[in-house]
Design a protein around this ligand. Structure first.
Ligand code: G3P
Ligand code: CA
Length: 300
């Protein structure tokens, strides 16, 4: 190969690398609306109905939730299911969800959270008792509700991100123009969120944290976060006004979890939280409404 050809090839190679880098740089995280205080119904209105059932989700919407929260696991046969735990008790033995099929899972009693921390449970109709797979939920609600989906144990489920994005696309829930995003995805797993970001950067992503003391993120962690995340989900007891301000300065919104106490919801709104994950969307709705009414009051 003569020198001219070598230079030409090198130029093409450098140009291609440059374009690839440009594409990576051009992907920017999608901002969440800052002025709304979002009410996210934790597994549905799960203070009043069995969590992760259609009854819980329908009640949440009726109570004014902006989002229904769904925990996702994936069965052996690749179905995405609405379930919190990655292990189930099956025929008196513990088994990983990843090792059983969806049909086998259906034999598992779904109402295991029933009776726990409940106020006045709405009893679901018998149809609502089964474990739901994501498609059933998407099919039932379509684009009439907003979804706040948690990828629960991604390391156990290779391909869960692709399957999730595929289904969201099938139901035309992505890349839309809506007042608030139709879908938000959250996870404790940074790698999983980055996979989603690489597939579709239009989906707002929430990185979850649990802090034992007051919430705080290092500059290094913040730098990583601001490459892909739109916000953080943080255990409510750790959240301070200082932390919220430090996140918002980086255009990262803060959604504390899981808050059911009315006074605590009021405090979090007052210190600037951007939303709340709650089992009691009705309470959050009332507190938000009360704050909005006070702000809109006109004095002569
Ligand atoms: O939004 C975060 C929250 O859902 C995490 O808690 O209930 O999935 O264990 P949980
Ligand atoms: Ca969750």
């Amino acid at each position: 190969m003569n020198n001219i050809k070598k230079i030409l090839l090198l130029t093409i190679l450098l140009f291609t690398i440059g374009c690839a880098q440009q594409q990576t740089i051009e992907k920017i995280r999608t901002p969440l609306p800052e002025n709304d205080f979002l009410i996210i119904a934790h597994r549905g209105a799960s203070a009043y109905a069995i969590s992760h059932t259609l009854a819980a989700y329908e009640l949440a919407i009726k109570m004014g939730a902006d989002y229904i929260e769904i925990d996702l696991q994936m069965t052996k046969d690749g179905k995405l299911i609405a379930m919190h735990d990655k292990v189930i008790t099956f025929d008196n033995a513990k088994q990983a969800v990843a090792d059983v099929t969806f049909d086998e899972i259906q034999l598992h009693y779904p109402g295991k959270d029933f009776g726990k921390n409940h106020l006045n449970y709405t009893l679901p109709s018998s149809n609502d008792l089964g474990i739901l797979h994501l498609e059933e939920i998407l099919n039932h609600f379509g684009d009439s509700v907003n979804y706040y989906i948690e990828i629960k144990s991604p390391k156990e489920y290779p391909g869960i991100e692709e399957e999730l994005v595929h289904q969201l696309n099938e139901y035309q829930l992505l890349n839309r123009v809506d007042a608030i995003p139709k879908v938000i995805i959250q996870s404790f797993d940074e790698h999983s969120l980055k996979e989603i970001f690489a597939m579709d950067s239009s989906i707002p992503l929430i990185k979850l944290y649990t802090f034992l003391k007051e919430a705080h993120l290092s500059k290094k962690e913040l730098r990583k976060l601001t490459q892909y995340a739109s916000g953080v989900g943080v255990n409510a007891m750790s959240v301070s006004r200082k932390f919220i301000n430090s996140m918002q300065r980086e255009n990262l919104l803060v959604h504390p979890y899981t808050v059911n106490d009315e006074e605590m919801i009021r405090t979090l709104i007052n210190i600037g939280a951007n939303g709340i994950i709650t089992d009691r969307p009705d309470v959050a709705y009332r507190v938000r409404d009360e704050k909005n009414s006070l702000e809109n009051q006109q004095y002569p």
